[in-house]
Design a protein around this ligand. Structure first.
Ligand code: SF4
Ligand code: SF4
Length: 138
């Protein structure tokens, strides 16, 4: 979802320089985001930078507008077509991938704890005995 700034903005200006697409500007007494320039920072950062720096927590998604990572990345590529700064898609440059990685790490760490009880690798034999180190610690 591209982001917008709500009326809680105090016009501190912290968000303007951190937007990789130069999509934030002052308009009257508040700052605004050009919705066509917002890529949710996909291509450059794993977190939306305006959200990170805003002291008022007033940068948020535009209701009802959902864009895929692919669409946001294409938008970033178009914005930076003539720039030496080229967007990339990695865990460090897309919140979609950073979130997916965090979720898979959480699943993996849970699995380590649970595997002694229920989980086994596909194709392996069921665990027939409690491993020695687990039996000793228990
Ligand atoms: S989310 Fe990123 S691209 Fe969108 S306005 Fe904020 S800083 Fe700019
Ligand atoms: S950082 Fe937040 S409060 Fe400051 S100008 Fe941007 S939207 Fe407004």
């Amino acid at each position: 979802m591209p982001l917008m700034i709500t009326e809680d903005c105090i016009a501190c200006g912290a968000c303007e320089p951190v937007c990789p697409n130069k999509g934030i500007r002052k308009s009257g007494v508040v700052y605004v985001i050009d919705r066509d320039s917002c890529t949710e920072c996909v291509g450059f950062f794993s977190k939306q930078q305006c959200v990170v720096v805003c002291p008022m927590d007033c940068c948020g998604p535009i209701p009802g507008v959902v864009l895929t990572e692919e669409a946001l990345f294409e938008r970033a590529r178009a914005i930076h077509a003539n720039s030496h700064l080229q967007p990339t898609l990695t865990e460090q440059t897309s919140h979609f991938r950073a979130t997916a990685n965090r979720n898979s790490q959480t699943t993996a760490s849970r699995r380590k704890w649970w595997q002694w009880l229920f989980w086994r690798e596909e194709g392996s034999e069921p665990c027939s005995s409690v491993p020695a180190n687990v039996a000793e610690s228990g």
